[in-house]
Design a protein around this ligand. Structure first.
Ligand SMILES: [Zn+2]
Length: 490
């Protein structure tokens, strides 16, 4: 026995741990049903692992979990266990250092190795923020800090350091991040093994971290976007997660209002998603159902929205795009059944006969769905896709689906939650932001008119908003006038 997950941080730091998330992150690293965890005893849970797969991450976990390490740091051999301390952002160590967006290994107190003086125990501690969002140097980029580190990747990186602590083979460590020290270089090379493994599970090639550069920065644009998609698809590098990130990037690009939207979106999202992950962690069938009946339809919807943001789509094109999502009737029926099976999660009026876990439903009802951001970005799109699919299965053709899709988007798009940021913008920027919204999201006259109306009602006393709205209207009229009285001298 050699690896544990800590339940209670008393004596090590402030008591803000998330051991269930620690196990989820371990499960993402292993991707192996042989990984298990014993009941809590003495404030911690022992990991168990009967390895069924190969590859460096599984071999490393196997060694860490199933070996009794007895390193000799100079005063005789002693058993040293590895203890995972899965901390929330508020975890503070004994010396006052905050673990937010951080991950570290503390060698046993009497070892004299790096971090030992902060470690009150004789075990090797791996401490990491389960919600960390850090960007590091991408290999081959010459030092661009644009490669995200997800919590499982950070945890696995620390396992590399821990392995050399418990085998007393730690390499030289320096305080300089570029070039990286030999110890950090070794940990990054191991970290890349997991990146490669995560990518290969999706049949993709990995984006690797530069082993010669250990620098990092915290950046909200680099957060691993969607832990629920990560969990249900079992991988932070999955197609589903990449697509969500892509949709987000498309709608944020260069606009302050888009950025403010996602700030609030993630605030509301993180109010329930870590707990939802925990509740789903041990339930493989539930995860599969949510992937098929919630995450996939949501991604399909947002993919069409991204495409529509790049080019104005006619109603016929929208109908064709919807139909293309369902290559044959069997697929459409399967998707429809999956939507019905999960409707209890996204439609509070549905699912009376559901056998969904009551705790998860209560969590969504109380913490997720009251947020207008969750309603607009997650719930309404899935409801919309369900309604279109019902029509499609009832025999509606592409033009009819296209008309229904356009109508549904006209009702949905302009109801996007309006950030208070608008009231702080100068008129020129209000005009730019409005232009972006109209091109990327609203598109139709009906939709634009409704959004302008909402904006005006929301900020009746804000001069910049009123000026732009008044002027936009005047310009529109001017355009019409010019078009009908073409003036060859201008
Ligand atoms: Zn490191």
């Amino acid at each position: 026995m050699a690896t544990f997950i800590l339940q209670d941080a008393t004596g090590i730091g402030s008591d803000d741990l998330d051991p269930a998330q620690g196990f989820i992150d371990m499960s993402i690293i292993a991707n192996d049903t042989g990984l298990g965890i014993a009941d809590p005893a003495a404030g911690k849970q022992r990991m168990t692992y009967t390895r069924t797969g190969n590859g460096p991450p599984r071999l490393r976990l196997d060694a860490m979990i199933n070996t009794a390490f007895s390193p000799n740091y100079g005063s005789g051999a002693n058993n040293v266990d590895t203890i995972v301390v899965a901390g929330l952002k508020s975890l503070v160590l004994g010396d006052g250092s905050l673990m937010a967006n951080n991950a570290t290994v503390l060698a046993p107190r009497s070892s004299g190795l790096p971090g030992a003086s902060l470690n009150p125990t004789e075990q090797c501690l791996i401490i990491y923020d389960t919600k960390l969002t850090v960007c590091v140097a991408r290999a081959g980029s010459g030092g661009s800090l644009d490669l995200p580190v997800s919590p499982p990747v950070a945890l696995y990186h620390e396992f590399s350091h821990a392995f050399r602590v418990v085998t007393n083979s730690l390499l030289a460590v320096t305080g300089i991040c570029d070039p990286s020290s030999p110890e950090e270089r070794a940990a990054i090379i191991d970290e890349n093994d997991l990146r490669t493994d995560l990518a290969s599970r999706q049949g993709a090639s990995a984006t690797l971290r530069d082993p010669g550069n250990h620098c990092g920065k915290t950046d909200s644009d680099c957060e691993s976007c969607c832990i629920i998609a990560t969990l249900v698809s079992r991988s932070p590098g999955s197609r589903q997660v990449q697509m969500l990130r892509c949709a987000r990037d498309h709608f944020v690009r260069g606009t302050d209002v888009g950025h403010a939207f996602f700030e609030q979106f993630f605030h509301d999202y993180y109010a329930f998603s870590p707990q939802a992950c925990t509740l789903m962690a041990g339930d493989q069938p539930l995860r599969r159902h949510l992937l098929e009946g919630f995450v996939d339809p949501l991604l399909d919807f947002w993919n069409v929205m991204v495409e529509r943001g790049h080019r104005v789509m006619s109603s016929t094109q929208l109908g064709a795009a919807f139909i293309a999502l369902h290559p044959d009737r069997l697929h459409a029926e399967g998707r429809h059944a999956a939507l019905l099976r999960t409707s209890a999660y996204w439609d509070s009026g549905a699912g009376q006969s559901t056998d969904a876990p009551a705790q998860l439903l209560a969590l969504l009802r109380d913490r997720a769905w009251p947020s207008p951001y969750m309603q607009w970005a997650l719930v309404a799109p899935v409801r919309l896709m369900h309604a279109l699919l019902t029509r499609y299965l009832a025999g509606a053709d592409a033009p009819a689906i296209g008309r229904a899709f356009t109508e549904a988007l006209d009702a949905w798009a302009p109801e996007v939650p309006i950030s208070t940021l608008w009231e702080a913008l100068p008129a020129a920027q209000v005009r730019r932001e409005l232009g972006f919204c109209e091109r990327a999201l609203l598109q139709t006259t009906k939709s634009k008119t409704r959004f302008r109306q909402r904006l005006g009602e929301r900020f009746p006393d804000i001069t910049a908003v009123a000026r732009v709205l008044g002027r936009v209207q005047a310009l529109d009229e001017g355009d019409t006038w010019r078009a009908t009285t073409a003036n060859p001298t201008t």
